[in-house]
Design a protein around this ligand. Sequence first.
Ligand code: BES
Ligand code: MN
Ligand code: ZN
Length: 506
Amino acid sequence: MSHMPKITFAKPPAAVEDGILVVFVDDRLEAGPAARAVLEPAAGLIARAAAAARFKGKLAATLDVLAPAGLAAERLIVVGLGAAELKPADLLKLGGKVMARLPAAAKEVTVVLERPGGEFTPADIAEFALGLTLRAYAFDRYKTKKKDEDEEEGPSRARVTLACADDGAAKKAWRAREPVANGVILARDLVNEPPNVLHPPEFAHRAEALTKLGVEVEVLDPKAMRKLGMNALLGVAQGSQHEARLVVMRWKGTQGEGKQNESKPVAFVGKGVTFDSGGISIKPAASMEEMKGDMAGAACVVGLMHALAARKAKVDAVGVIGLVENMPDAEAQRPGDIVKSMSGQTIEIINTDAEGRLVLADALWYVKDRFKPAAIIDLATLTGAILVALGHEHAGLFANDDTLADRLLAAGLATGERLWRMPLGSDYDKLIDSKFADMKNTGGRNAGSITAAQFLQRFVDGTPWAHLDIAGTGMGAPASDINKSWGPGWGVRLLDRLIADVYEEK
Ligand code: BES
Ligand code: MN
Ligand code: ZN
């Protein structure tokens, strides 16, 4: 991972000799004691620079002072904290903002990480470091021109010292949080990879790397899936040169024998269409290249399993991803075909571009059948309609269980990976009844995201279940404070948080 800034922890310095100095001020332009000590030789500097730039210390506003008179530092960056109490999401954002403000050539950066009123908690500091790290990420593996001169590259190579009173505790908190950063970055890499490289077997291969962290990984090939009756999933893959895979990942982080081990796992299921051409119901050419991201759900599940294992989460979690490529071909599935899913239910294919639900139908049934999980949460870039409804700001949440839905909504608010609950109901369910089979794979023009969710619900057999339609959030993300990558790694932080709040042994 070439784009990780090197983060170290230290006590606040008496002075900063070279490099860049970052300090925080509140809305009265007041800095904390350690920052005041470092700034001592430059008395009045912040007040004058702030007045000149109309900087008011608002939350996440920044003020850049080059060659600050009286200081040995080459640059002083003053960051506003505003007036209100800071939440973890604010620290995350501040970390991102600071990384965004560092010039490309930054080498040594010292951040005096304190509030005017006192100290940040170690957890706050870890969240700041997470923001720094996530913002530094760039996917440039396929750019062959000199990376060092590339503006994009720049500060992610910096050495960043986070100076705080209890540097030992802050470092420990970051060690526990860094696995989540790495999980998000893994998910981003997978979403950004081109579809000629990241086909189903290669994706499965990358998921297998999780065994190094203690995750049990099984990979099912088409033969194994055929034996299980996964014809809905296999039907999508049959037009592709690349074989389908189903990857089953298990992280058993619960302690000891006995009671806890018998508790049911929580399961995560991801749509992993490594490229969605639409199949015979082929998509228009415009933006079709974006359909390399149609595996963002699967990427999130892999990133999450990485995070859980790397931080040794005390949870029993299963991750299952259905990996296929949806291509038109003489062997491809047709509109009009009827397939029998693993559940025994038959599906009439109306539109081969509604393929995600076919993949998930078998993956969901398999998970509930084999693991009898306490809950299933699936993630899928499932419908363009969810983009129309919610844009990039919220993922669509569908659930057959209010408690699970509320917990997810809460985790969304806490992490900033926000969800908006959408309805389910029998009137919508009717729309996917078929003349020729048990159901059809599309429900017509109206309520497209809901009929897709109704379809999935027919394969969870009453298990507490939530479906996250991430077509708007999982790929093609607009740049944010903590992300400038096309693949945002959406959902890893959200689900890690859900697990920490709800499923993890304390
Ligand atoms: N992968 C697409 C959905 C999608 C669209 C994801 C835009 C990300 C951005 C999905 O497989 C699809 O093609 N859905 C169809 C369903 C329709 C044929 C019922 C859609 O949304 O148009
Ligand atoms: Mn499709
Ligand atoms: Zn798709």
